[in-house]
Design a binder for this molecule. Structure first.
Ligand SMILES: NC(=O)C1=CN([C@@H]2O[C@H](COP(=O)(O)OP(=O)(O)OC[C@H]3O[C@@H](n4cnc5c(N)ncnc54)[C@H](O)[C@@H]3O)[C@@H](O)[C@H]2O)C=CC1
Ligand SMILES: O=C(O)C1=NCCCC1
Length: 319
């Protein structure tokens, strides 16, 4: 008889999850997902339930990795939120189950997992697709995802300049003061984007805020916001001129306003590039349209749980 699930909350997840261990596991998982082998990964497109009264959505993200023995689901609520609202844009919880017995082994905070795995996957896209010797990184948005993206991009790459833009200078200054490295505050999205080699969009915008005419040829854009079929961060010109990569084709065709409304062709999944079945067209302008996948949460949750078990074992008194 299985015992009750363990609860692993935010500060503990934060202590246990490290990019250096997470990134190789995510690369492997993206590759497995793109092989579409049901013995490796079963991950349906997220089911989304509208929360009309609260201007939000509940996303359900079940995933089964048979060969790895990992069964999980994330519940993530995400909201449009009014300007200046103090309420969070997303709230997530991950459950890890025993695939043989069906019991819940662990209930985990999903906020840190969502922030870190999303930023890590964007960093993988940049590793594969950004131009060689990229010197300037621009981050549009200054929320949770902006911070995790800043952390992993500055840990993995050496940019000579990191620009940040927010709709208010106050928020951009708060962001700059919260990080340890140097940050240049841009006065407009255009000022941040022009001349940048790598651009990260992490906003709650529902309209395009990056325009193709501003983007340096050959730049790489990791577009993380706009996760609804009628929401945008990038304009049609950029979407059509760039080579477009996604995490999941089915997800992009169901959920991405930037892909669906622009009519842009999806060239490949990141996993195809990792598997060597599609090329990384670094010399061209590239967009990675991220929507987030259950398999990313599954490998993150397994890593947290394994580390938690190791730590608990080490702390047991000798008998
Ligand atoms: N692709 C993925 O896997 C994931 C995507 N997301 C999405 O990423 C985006 C950012 O998420 P968080 O950082 O958690 O949110 P957040 O609320 O912490 O930050 C959002 C940022 O967007 C800015 N913003 C809001 N409305 C804007 C507008 N109309 N134009 C320009 N900027 C605007 C805010 O000032 C803030 O800087 C959201 O759209 C969220 O749904 C979140 C988690 C995973
Ligand atoms: O994958 C996720 O987690 C999310 N994706 C899009 C919107 C919020 C959360």
């Amino acid at each position: 008889m299985a015992g009750p699930p363990v609860i692993i909350w935010e500060s503990e997840v934060e202590r246990l999850l490290r990019y250096r261990e997470l990134i190789p596991r995510l690369e492997e998982a993206l590759g497995k997902f793109s092989r579409r082998d049901n013995a490796e990964v079963i991950q349906p497109v997220r089911t989304t339930v509208p929360l009309q009264r609260h201007n939000g959505f509940l996303g359900l993200m079940p995933t089964y990795m048979e060969n790895d023995g990992v069964l999980s689901t994330k519940f993530v609520c995400f909201y449009k939120r009014e300007e200046g609202s103090a309420l969070p844009a997303t709230q997530a919880t991950v459950m890890l189950l025993d695939p043989e017995h069906g019991n819940v082994k662990a209930v985990m905070d999903g906020e840190v997992i969502t922030s870190m795995r999303t930023a890590a996957v964007s960093a993988i896209s940049a590793k594969l697709l950004m131009p060689p010797r990229a010197g300037v990184l621009a981050i549009l948005g200054t929320g949770k995802q902006a911070l995790s993206h800043y952390n992993v991009f500055t840990e993995m790459f050496s940019f000579k300049e990191v620009r940040v833009w927010s709709r208010t200078r106050e928020r951009a200054e708060r962001f700059r003061d919260s990080v340890s490295g140097a940050v240049t505050i841009s006065c407009s999205a255009e000022e941040a984007v022009r001349g940048a080699d790598t651009i990260v969009t992490v906003t709650r915008s529902t309209e395009p805020l990056v325009f193709g005419e501003w983007v340096k040829p050959g730049a790489h854009i990791a577009a993380v916001g706009a996760c609804r079929p009628d929401w945008r961060e990038l304009d049609d010109v950029l979407m059509k001129e760039a080579v477009v990569y996604v995490d999941s084709r089915e997800g992009a065709m169901t959920e991405s306003g930037d892909v669906i409304l622009s009519g842009a062709e999806v060239f490949a999944e990141l996993g195809d590039v990792i598997n060597g079945t599609k090329p990384a067209q670094r010399e061209k302008t590239t967009v990675f349209k991220s929507l987030g996948m259950g398999v990313e949460d599954a490998v993150s949750a397994k890593l947290v749980f394994d580390q938690w078990k190791d730590k608990s074992k080490r702390m047991q008194p000798c008998t």
